[in-house]
Design a protein around this ligand. Structure first.
Ligand code: UDP
Ligand code: MG
Length: 327
């Protein structure tokens, strides 16, 4: 029997977890050919998430959890899940039932029977999404696909099931600042896409603030292209040319007209301001990359685990296999 682990990052999801558990168990019951593990990653929740996970784990051996010492973000939670999942097929899905568990059997069929390495999902509509958020997100993907060397499917959801080898390739990537959507596309493999309609959250509220989203977007762009580093160079060349032309123009006008000198000050001022702005922008761009080099070189862990039942249950199953062997 093939093993499947579904990774579920949870940040303050106490309201929705019981519903999620019920739904996914219903779907799992319909897939008798697979041995499922639910791996919840509690990303520093402040509500009752941890208590619920412990309660479930005590009653259901297939429930595993990893708890972080604080909120490290969804990327870290997904990474911890992937590092600790040792199944043949590994899936990731949200806890809020926006990712329909009913798709799991079809996704498993794609990776298990149809020869695909990854079963991914794409949103077939943007119903129920804030207009402003969709527009920003569309702009972000347009920019990143244009200037970076990876192509990211802008409708792809964070809901997928992967073969072991894909997950191994992903966790082998040593970078600390992680942007999984880019990593998925960078590692390649053949993907079967499943359209998935947008659903509203079953309970609770979204954990993504505009600030978190902006950071996510900047990490995505800077992580996959160094072309912003070239912007200062181009600005420099263009403004260099412009200033030579301006100088020649001013010099000629000064020679032929006596009214001209007054205007020179204004032009001079604007030129100074323009140059200053460009220098600041350029330093800013370089600074962003330097900051990233700094973060990477500190090489801090992506997360800290305070509590998990993975080791515990692993010993339990090891004992079982030992007694099995003795018998
Ligand atoms: N999440 C997380 N850490 C965070 C933010 C979110 O683990 O810092 C989880 C969250 O619990 C949920 C999933 O990531 O299972 C998606 O989050 P959410 O539903 O809030 O995002 P949205 O669907 O609004 O994009
Ligand atoms: Mg959600």
């Amino acid at each position: 029997m093939k093993n499947v682990t579904m990774i579920v990052p949870c940040f303050n999801e106490a309201e929705v977890l019981p519903m999620f558990y019920k739904e996914i168990k219903r779907v799992i019951a319909d897939c008798p050919d697979y041995n499922f593990t639910l791996l919840f990653v509690n990303d520093g929740s402040k509500d009752k998430t941890q208590d619920i996970l412990k309660y479930l784990a005590e009653r259901d051996r297939s429930v595993k959890y990893i708890s972080f010492s604080r909120n490290f973000g969804k990327e870290a939670a997904m990474l911890a899940g992937m590092r600790n999942a040792d199944a043949d097929y590994i899936g990731i899905m949200d806890a809020d039932l926006q990712h329909s568990p009913d798709l799991i059997p079809k996704m498993l069929e794609a990776v298990d029977k149809e020869g695909y390495d990854v079963a991914g999902s794409t949103r077939s509509d943007r119903v129920g999404e804030a207009k402003f958020k969709s527009a920003l997100s569309a702009a972000f993907y347009k920019v990143i696909n244009r200037i970076s060397d990876v192509q990211i499917n802008d409708n792809a959801l964070d809901y997928r099931i992967m073969k072991r080898k894909v997950v191994d390739a992903i966790i082998a990537m040593p970078e600390k600042i992680r942007f999984l959507k880019g990593i998925y596309s960078w590692v390649g493999f053949n993907v079967k896409w499943f359209p998935h309609e947008n659903r509203v959250r079953a309970a609770g509220e979204t954990k993504w603030s505009i600030r978190k989203l902006a950071k996510y977007a900047i990490d995505g762009i800077l992580g996959y292209t160094s072309s912003p580093l070239r912007i200062p160079l181009w600005l420099g060349i263009v403004s260099g040319f412009a200033s030579v032309l301006l100088f020649l123009y001013g010099f000629i006008r000064m020679c032929v007209s006596s009214l001209w000198p007054a205007a020179t000050y204004v032009m001079l001022l604007s030129a100074v301001l323009f140059t200053g702005a460009m220098i600041l922008c350029s330093i800013g761009v370089v600074g962003e990359y330097v900051a990233r080099i700094y973060t990477e070189s500190k090489s801090r862990p992506n997360y800290i685990i305070t509590e998990t039942n993975i080791g515990m249950n692993m010993f339990a199953s090891a004992d079982e296999t030992m007694t099995d062997a003795v018998e």
